[in-house]
Ligand binder design. Structure first.
Ligand SMILES: O=P(O)(O)OC[C@H]1O[C@H](O[C@H]2O[C@H](CO)[C@@H](O)[C@H](O)[C@H]2O)[C@H](O)[C@@H](O)[C@@H]1O
Length: 262
C-alpha cells in the first residue's frame, strides 16, 4: 500500500482522473467520522459541499453497509447511485434478489431477540431488513462481547455469512452480491471507463481484493492485511482527496455525463 499523497500515489490518481470516471465512496469512516452510536453519524457540511462540486465533473456512487432508508436522509443530496446493505439494495437489475435476504434476516432476528437478553446490554442489534449489524463498541467488555457473539452466530439457522467490521459483526445471506460486484454493475450501467473507490472497513475489502485494473482503490488508514492499492492516513484526509480529485477532473475538462449540460 502506498500513500495517496506521495509521488507515485498522485500519479495513479492523475491517471484515472479523466472523463468517464465513476467516483464511489463508502459512508461511515470514509465520508462521515466514526462515532460511538451509529444513529449519531452525519455527513459533515464541508464534505457534502465537496461532493456536490465533484459531482459536476463525474457521477457519484455511495455504497454503504447502512440500509437505504437510513442513509438517504443522512446525505442531504442525491448521488447518481445509492447502494445500501453492502451491495444488496439499490443496484439496478438486482431487485429480485433481495427477498431471500429479507427472509434469512427475519429468521436470525427472532433467534437473536430470544438469545440477546442474556448477553451484555451494550450490544446493539441493528435491523437493516436485508442484513443485520450487531455492534459491541458500547459493550462493558468488548472482547468478551465479540467472543459471545461469535458463539451465538454459530447456532443460527440458516448459517449467515459473518463479516467483522469496526466493533461490529454484519450478518449477510451467502451471496455474490457485495460491494465489489455492486461497483462493477454500476460501472456497467453508466458506461464508466474507470472508477475510484474509497472505503475504510472490512466489507470494502470486497472491492479492494478484486484488484480490478480499472478501479483505483483507496483505504482510509494503512493496513498490512488490506488489498487496497493506496491509503489515506485517516478520515481527516478525505476532504483533501476530494479537493485534489475535483481539481484534477476540472483541469481535464471532465463532465458528469449523466447530468444534462447546464
Ligand atoms: O459501509 P459503511 O458505510 O462504512 O457502513 C458500515 C457500518 O457503519 C455503521 O457502523 C459503523 O459506524 C458507526 C457510526 O460511526 C459506529 O458506531 C460503528 O461502530 C461502526 O461499525 C452502521 O451502523 C452499520 O449499519 C454499517 O454496516
Amino acid at each position: 500500500m502506498r500513500p495517496v499523497f506521495s509521488e507515485a500515489g498522485l500519479q495513479r490518481l492523475h491517471e484515472v482522473a479523466r472523463g468517464g470516471l465513476l467516483c464511489a465512496f463508502d459512508f461511515d469512516g470514509t465520508l462521515a467520522p466514526l462515532v460511538p452510536v451509529p444513529d449519531d453519524a452525519h455527513l459533515p457540511d464541508d464534505i457534502r459541499e465537496r461532493l456536490l462540486r465533484l459531482g459536476q465533473s463525474a457521477p457519484l456512487a455511495i455504497i454503504t453497509g447502512r440500509g437505504m432508508d437510513d442513509i438517504r436522509p443522512r446525505l442531504g443530496f442525491t448521488p447518481e447511485f445509492l447502494v445500501g446493505n453492502h451491495g444488496l439494495e439499490g443496484v439496478p437489475g438486482w431487485e429480485s434478489l433481495t427477498a431471500a435476504h429479507a427472509e434469512a434476516c427475519q429468521a436470525w432476528l427472532s433467534q437473536l431477540r430470544a438469545a440477546l437478553p442474556g448477553h451484555d446490554p451494550g450490544i446493539l442489534l441493528e435491523d437493516k431488513r436485508y442484513s443485520l449489524s450487531l455492534h459491541y463498541r458500547e459493550a462493558a467488555d468488548p472482547p468478551a462481547a465479540a467472543r459471545a457473539l461469535e458463539a451465538l452466530f454459530a447456532t443460527l439457522t440458516p448459517a449467515p455469512r459473518v463479516v467483522a467490521g469496526k466493533f461490529v459483526y454484519n450478518l449477510l445471506a451467502e451471496d455474490r452480491c457485495h460491494k465489489g460486484s455492486a461497483l462493477l454493475r454500476l460501472m456497467e450501467c453508466c458506461g464508466a471507463r474507470k472508477a475510484i473507490y474509497v472505503g475504510d472497513d472490512v466489507t470494502d475489502e470486497d472491492v479492494f481484493r478484486m484488484g480490478h485494473p480499472d478501479i483505483l482503490s483507496i483505504r482510509i488508514e494503512a493496513s498490512a492485511s488490506s488489498s487496497a492499492e493506496l491509503y489515506l492516513p485517516d478520515f481527516c484526509e478525505t476532504a483533501r482527496l476530494l479537493d485534489v480529485l475535483g481539481e484534477r477532473l476540472r483541469q481535464q475538462g471532465a463532465r458528469n455525463w449523466l447530468r444534462a449540460a447546464p
